[in-house]
Design a protein around this ligand. Sequence first.
Ligand code: NOJ
Length: 528
Amino acid sequence: MIKWLKDAVFYEIYPQSFKDSNGDGIGDFQGIIDSLDYIKGLGCNALWINPCFDSPFKDAGYDVRDYYKAAERYGTNEDLYRLFETAHEKGIHVLLDLVPGHTSEEHEWFKRSGKAEPNEMSGRYIWTDFWIRGMQGHPYIGGECERNGTYMLNFFKCQPALNYGFLDPKENWQKGMEDPDCLATREAMKDVILFWLGHGCDGFRVDMAASLVKDDDDNKSGTCAVWRDIFKDVREKYPEAAFVAEWSDPPRAIAGAGFDMDFFLDHPGNGYNSLMRDYERGEADHSYFKAGAGGDINRFLSQYQDWYEKTKGKGYISLLTCNHDTPRTSYTLTDRERMLAFAFLFTMPGVPFLYYGDEIGMRYLADLPTKEGGYTRTGTRTPMQWDGSRNLGFSDTEDPGRLYLPVDEAENAPTVQAQEEDPTSLLNTVSRILQVRHEYEDLQADAEFDVLYAKGSDMLVYRRGSLLLAVNPSAREAVYRAGSEVGEKTGGTGSVEEPAKKAVFAIGEAKAEGGSLILGPQSFAIFA
Ligand code: NOJ
């Protein structure tokens, strides 16, 4: 386990929208450098920066044209190296975003791969052997290149799939994982990783990490083997480099493939979705943190606890407030509901991630037209709201048309400046929770997690190491009688026999009295 992850709290930065330092309407590296003190002050000590490499930006940079070159709109490679250096001076680690499964169709590798004449790149992507022959079960494109074949896509039309081979090749155009062309793709990706680690980056968030080997089995044994091989070489040189998977299957990503962390991502109806975003299935909102919505914490716990047991001691499950693909929680939850949800996420085991702007409750601007392949994700990617100045402090361009995306025009749009001045703000609450997390080792990544009481939409009582925590998202008071029965107890090892403890952190009313925990409506507390 990587030592620095133990007390890491990540801040995700969508670089286009974070801070524009040169007035061109788009965020940049210098803007991030200028904001490092803010991020540190908030309580985050690590960054994940979305793809910032040369790209035609048809998918916001997830279509890489050159893995070795920073995108000009953010600055130069030297600016990025300086960002690593300045962050390190402040005790902040930096992860970049690696897109190993596909490139842009404008990548030099792909241009050469599409040539009629066989060459070194012919096998870098997945091609059939005839211009009108398709690929069963996979999206593919024909008619674009002079080569006599069609090629496989990994996501959008602009993102051809790199070739790591098929687990069990069945057609003569399919290559096995150990084919020299597939091994060359693997080596090329190792080289990209080593290049950036060599320049001071601390690791990567890995895009679509499960997508490498095609027609893989249910256990993803092919893709896991590729990752283990990549990590073996990389970790020999950089044992402290950290890798977080976009996989959302921690037993596979961590125990199978060797990642340090894996996200629990939002999918309609899954455990994470049931906490804050359970409104997408055409029914009423049943999110656990929505007061009175009739949610059920066990929908989250049943999935989480299984994964937790299978990955404990091997790696970390990463819970996130949101990311650049997911609607912000402010879409449906109130400030208070979010405070409780975030307090819960930030006191769970593993390594948490905070999406820029969530700390002030930025809105999800659902009606924005799509930008750079964002579609319904665009509303989550709007400019950071710093203060009351022009463009809410994101950019000093006088031409609103130059802004990457419009800033929130609502009269009450939250800003960092306004919330810093209000001790009860979401920003100050988030910052206090993170401070407490840094203060108590028992709240950090490794301390044991036990559920003492969990029933439907009722309060949840859980233990982290020697600390006792309780969250009550409902609109009525809740009491947990330690050592006696209050409803059903599930999971964990049971009762709180020890004398009542003292609340060292609370949102709302919370007390421990005579062995009972009494939590007021919509409250959260940590008892030590
Ligand atoms: C997942 C990324 O998070 C998303 O933004 C991107 O569009 C796809 N992968 C394709 O790379």
